[in-house]
Design a protein around this ligand. Structure first.
Ligand code: ZN
Length: 244
């Protein structure tokens, strides 16, 4: 199983990106792996609770605790950094990617998308998979658009996470600098994608990504509807519609 890790900051368009890529029959979008920790209350992108979702209910039946250890934004980063060191001593635990691989192979899926974005989650992903099995899509967006997205009025009404513009600004650059360093240290192959291109030229951009991933895409159609295959751990029920 090859892992496609989407790296970058929040609100850069990773949900629409994984939604597009998931339309390819060989690709399964897992969403943000860290959400598995909160599985009890999670709603899958198929709009069912995880315990009722046809995909996740089978996985949750197994010993779920093995999936802990992904980045959790609510606990301190320091705690997580300590865990990163300890990971080397935790090899007895079953690798979550391997567990998913077991279910996905039967469905003839060869690529798993982890949409965690976080640099620490990226290290975790690299450590749990062989280097040459991880490929990264580094998604970027104009910083002012990211700030605006976090201050969106609809988000305020729905009481979704709000961020101070200055915090967003600083975090965006630190996050992306860390991601760059990690990609260099572990020598991971990656492609940089601009949110603007994804929105304005989705077909061209997705084809560029398929070429980078070396995935056959001649009969691929972005407008194609997918049935029973989208089980992403996005957290929110998806609200976007595919245009053009
Ligand atoms: Zn589902």
């Amino acid at each position: 199983m090859k892992i496609i890790f989407i790296a970058g900051y929040g609100h850069v368009g990773s949900t629409i990106l994984e939604y597009y890529l998931n339309k390819h029959k060989e690709i399964f979008a897992l969403g943000e792996s860290k959400h598995l920790k909160y599985s009890q209350n999670m709603i899958c992108s198929c709009k069912k609770r995880l315990s009722f979702c046809n995909f996740w209910k089978k996985i949750l039946k197994k010993k779920f605790y093995i999936l802990e250890g992904f980045v959790d934004h609510k606990i301190s980063r320091i705690k997580y950094c300590i865990r990163l060191v300890l990971i080397n001593f935790e090899k007895k635990k079953i690798n979550p990617y391997k567990r998913l691989d077991f279910y996905l192979r039967r469905r003839k899926i060869n690529f798993l998308i982890d949409n965690s974005k976080d640099p620490l989650a990226l290290i975790d992903c690299i450590k749990k998979n062989k280097n040459n099995n991880v490929k990264v899509i580094f998604l970027k967006r104009e910083i002012l658009k990211v700030i605006k997205s976090y201050k969106n009025k609809k988000r305020q009404i729905k009481k979704l996470d709000q961020k101070n513009p200055l915090v967003t600004f600083c975090e965006y650059f630190i996050n992306n600098a860390l991601t760059k360093i990690i990609l260099k240290i572990y020598n991971i192959s990656y492609i940089e994608i601009e949110n603007y291109d994804l929105r304005k030229k989705p077909n061209k951009t997705i084809n560029r990504i398929f070429n980078f991933l070396n995935i056959h895409h001649k009969s691929f159609n972005l407008k194609k509807k997918i049935k029973n295959k989208y089980h992403s751990l996005e957290g929110n029920v998806l609200r976007f519609k595919l245009k053009n």
